[in-house]
Design a protein around this ligand. Sequence first.
Ligand code: F6P
Length: 546
Amino acid sequence: MSTPLPIGSPELLARLDAHAKRLVATPPTTLFAQGQGRQARYTLEAEGLLVDYSRQLIDPAAWTDLLALAAAADLPGAVRAMVEGAIVNPTEQRPALHVALRDPNGSPLVLGDFDVRAAVRTERAKLASFVAAVRGGTRVGATGRRFTDVVNVGIGGSDLGPVMAVEALRAHAEPGLAVHFVSNIDGTEAVDLIARLDPTTTLVIICSKTFTTLETITNAKRMRAWIASGVGEGGVVGHFAAVSTNHAAMDAFGVAPDARFTMWDWVGGRYSMWSAVGLAIELAIGTPGFEALLAGAHAMDRHFATAPLERNLPVLLGLLSVWNGNFIGCHSHVVLPYAQRLHRLPAYLQQLTMESNGKSVTLDGRPVHGHTGTVIWGEPGSNGQHSFFELLHQGTRRVAADVLLPYESPTDSLDDAILTASNALAQANVLARGRTLEEVLADPKVRTAGAAGAALAPHRVHPGGRPSTVIAFEWLDPATLGKLIAAYEHRVYVESRLFGINPFDQWGVELGKVQAEALVPVLRQVPASASPAAWLRGALQVTGLG
Ligand code: F6P
């Protein structure tokens, strides 16, 4: 069941393993019996997030040893190293300073001869004035018409954060500008938008840290051709903005100097929605809303850097994640927002968590023994209940869950909030406590059904012991979203320290990208004249292995 971690003494790891075995073997009806005060003991409130982890497979002895594991990992030291700009990404020789993007501290934070905080402030000011000009109608399209639509062209970290946040904060969007996203290389999103938008009133943001990503460059060219068809070649430049570290490529594409925003190599793509990569978010919710998002994230950063381990929310989330994945034996981790507006959160967390912590070697290049990373998936909870919850409740594999629960109802109806909460909390309770065979057999409906009821009884058993954490908050507003996302970012960092790996590089995605580019000329040689089926057969043949 257990995975050897590179952190913690063999005795501590053995004790944790023994706790896990004991807790997995404890009947859920005993572990979660009434009157133990679990809810009060295992609830943490920090920065407006109310985290109830009483449905986890933990007890005081296990929790004490998990905190000892956190202490052994020197998390306070690791947090200091990150926020002070140490090289926490050694394979790329870079710091990871996403926290600096939301830090209002005016004093310098110097890397070499570069003041990170001053650069962030300068870029923030440039973004705010660009947003004011677009929203205020002083920056208009080539034909003099105001922009009504914005299309963010990007992928991965240059798409998932912005699209997740724009969707989450729809209720906070300022009127007048609709924001859309194009990421997939197959062209569908671009084609669908081109069919319904007007090129004369559309602003396109090319968002790409490298400005070389095949999907983004392909879609950017598609959008460019469409804009040119509406405003003429001469007008194209006024319809583009770009976010990148690659100034030569922005020159070559033809992005106006005052519509270019920079990124820095000390911010990873999946940690970048707080930078200029968030331009689409800022255009959607306005600068005050975006600044509230940054302030929320900063509040969580402060909490992470200062709260003691036992009251530290990201530490708690990270410990539980490693506990479930590496000791309890959970197969994966499902994210269940009971808020439709958070429907892109699971996709966002997939990149954040899996691109960060899906690693096979430790920081010093030795093979890890056991599992790193957490397989993340999910859907809005209420919809998931009518889809994959059967496996969560009765499948043979244990899956850990995050249940996200806002008090706010988009309909402003208390009754809708009650219905949503009752679904979320009932599911979390059943996942934890389950339903025993005895309880099923004691059900009057089963008893009166006689032999048929008894035969069905095993099918109605819920094993329980499926751990979940409820993360509740009042409002899904920019500040709360900032806090939530920063907490998840730091959860990933905590996990990486316990795994002893580098969460800030992504060598694993490079090889496939290079190979895809190498296959393009090979596939161009396959005759397209016969039929689609013949082309597909030819494509499979020339690219097949062995
Ligand atoms: O494919 C992985 C990746 O490199 C991500 O890390 C990154 O967020 C994404 O591609 C997009 O990269 P870029 O912003 O350079 O286009």
